[in-house]
Design a protein around this ligand. Structure first.
Ligand code: MN
Length: 256
């Protein structure tokens, strides 16, 4: 098996390196990762300038673009002789729970793999400065080793979050749904050295829906959270109400 590894923290991230190390023990791995940190890049593609690929080591390439650029390039052209069989993204330094997945470049890299026809897993650890990265790497390795046995529809990506704990203290692996967060913290206003106003995007909100069955709940319980994601954002339960409302909006010339 040939695994394409990418991330959003950039090609220097220790999470990327340990993931390549652990998966390299069970498969051929090729790493194609952003040159710089592109956390919260979501599914963005770079269209306004060309992309450059630099080979840093035998199986490690950087791209001056986003996580989605990396996976897109890798699958659609870089490795024609030996195309990848699956995509694993991570290990992100920091959780991707609930609403985080909308912004996550880590999840986006996996989604791009899925869009282009490959099974894909996104892996995050719940600390920005983790002590136990090897726990998440070992969880990823075990999941990849069993990936051929998983029965999932073709549009599904697995979003894996691992507590920053020693492996022996992980209490289980739970299938979960996304919880959600309260509104994000306000922007932080400051001054630049010239006295001009500048702004930092504030921290994500705290957990709102973190009940049993959610990804937040599994993590708080010391378990690995695995959420099956798909990209159909349609709220099917709202279609009937919307249809009723739209029927009142007339398209005749009488504005009524
Ligand atoms: Mn990140």
């Amino acid at each position: 098996m040939h695994i394409l590894i990418s991330n959003d923290d950039g090609c220097q991230s220790p999470g990327l390196k340990i993931l390549a190390d652990y998966l390299g023990r069970i498969a051929d791995v090729t790493v194609v990762a952003p040159l710089q940190d592109h956390s919260a890049a979501s599914n963005s593609l770079t269209l306004e300038r060309p992309l450059r690929v630099v080979q840093l080591e035998k199986n490690l390439y950087s791209v001056n673009g986003t996580p989605t650029d990396c996976v897109h390039l890798a699958i659609t052209g870089l490795f024609r002789e030996r195309p990848p069989d699956m995509v694993v993204s991570g290990i992100n330094l920091g959780e991707n729970l609930g609403d985080d997945v909308i912004y996550s470049g880590t999840v986006a890299a996996a989604l791009e793999g899925r869009f282009l026809g490959l099974p894909a897993i996104a892996v995050s650890i719940t600390s920005g400065r983790p002590c136990y990265l090897e726990t998440a790497a070992e969880i990823a390795r075990r999941m990849v080793r069993h990936v051929e046995q998983v029965v999932l529809s073709r549009e599904v990506v697995l979003n894996v979050n691992v507590p920053d704990l020693p492996f022996s203290q992980i209490k289980g692996i739970k299938s979960t749904r996304l919880g959600n967060r309260h509104l994000a913290e306000p922007v932080i206003k400051a001054k630049d050295p010239k006295g001009q106003d500048i702004y930092w995007v504030g921290a994500p909100g705290s957990e709102q829906d973190a009940g049993e069955g959610t990804d937040f709940y599994a993590i708080a319980d010391g378990c690995v959270s695995v959420t099956p994601l798909h990209t159909d954002l349609t709220k099917y339960q709202s279609l009937d109400n919307l249809c009723t409302w739209l029927a009142q909006i007339k398209l005749s010339n009488n504005p009524g």
